[in-house]
Design a protein. Structure first.
Lengths: 155, 155
DNA sequence: TTGAATTGTGTGTTATAACAGGTATATTTC
DNA sequence: GAAATATACCTGTTATAACACACAATTCAA
């Protein structure tokens, strides 16, 4: 079987563009981090998505947020968030209440239990994050966060 | 119903740590980019995961790679890659062949069709990436890529 | 060489995400 | 005030990913 030696040697192909390298770099890093985060969060019975929802709801305070607003902050589809909130309500992490003014709105609010889980889970996640980032200078971290924000805000 | 005004005003809570901000920042950015990438790739009938597999296999050349090696590069579970490769084989993007020396190995190789799809899809993805990154200086992009690599290599 | 451990892959089940509809409520327009 | 539109959510279906477990081929030890 005559294999092409040139092909075998050329183990890696250079990136066609710097931008694509950056993009794939972000995606790949996120996969690593999400994997690790979920492992850290597993003992608390929540996923990284649910952790984010809890943070969002805690930030919203007593006013709560409706499903659509949560979906926008998560950049997820509304119907999926709908069921995500169902699951979280089932285990008591949040409460849902139909809004009296506009009965289409279903306002979600974090519960005491949700707050507690969030507080318990945060230190482990912070430690994980710190372990990953500690080799970078404070200046690099700042540059990273700024660059990512600019990328999110987009074209 | 007396809601806590303090809670209502405090719409956002500062990040407890810089590291966690960086971590969530990466995850959030990745969500945005994956969403966008998948939309760009949809016309070609592949997901961003499949695009990555094609890149990996093209990089491997004629020698191909077995499922476990692909899984490692994707940071995915082996059993999921198994079925991912099944799906990709079904549409002819790659071929699988049991290795004669070690019949446990199932070596996957990119096909001509896979190569073609990869080449057709790349420009659109590059343009998308460029649009996202173009506001950053070359220096920032370089710093970003380096920082992410350091984070991936980890603690 | 035979039995145990290792390695690479496959299967079954469940949870989640994507997508296409559909329903109920609110708002706008006439 | 009634019809048309928009909004927020829900339901059904499918695809993918996660997890536990099982299987088959190889390797190693004695």
């Amino acid at each position: 079987m005559p294999t092409n030696l040139l092909d075998e040697i050329k183990q890696t192909k250079p990136f066609a563009s710097r931008s694509e390298e950056a993009l794939l770099s972000i995606l790949r890093t996120a996969t690593v981090l999400e994997h690790g985060s979920n492992e850290v969060l597993r003992p608390f019975g929540i996923t990284s998505t649910q952790y984010n929802v809890l943070r969002i709801l805690r930030g919203a305070g007593a006013g709560g947020l409706c499903g659509k607003e949560i979906a926008e902050r998560l950049i997820s589809r509304v119907p999926d968030v709908s069921r995500l909130l169902d699951r979280m309500e089932e285990v008591g992490l949040l409460g849902k209440k139909r809004d009296a003014n506009d009965r289409r709105h279903l306002t979600a609010r974090i519960t005491a239990k949700g707050r507690k889980v969030l507080e318990q889970a945060t230190p482990g996640l912070e430690e994980f994050a710190r372990g990953r980032v500690e080799r970078l200078s404070a200046r690099s971290v700042e540059g990273l966060v700024e660059a990512l924000a600019s990328i999110r805000e987009g074209a």
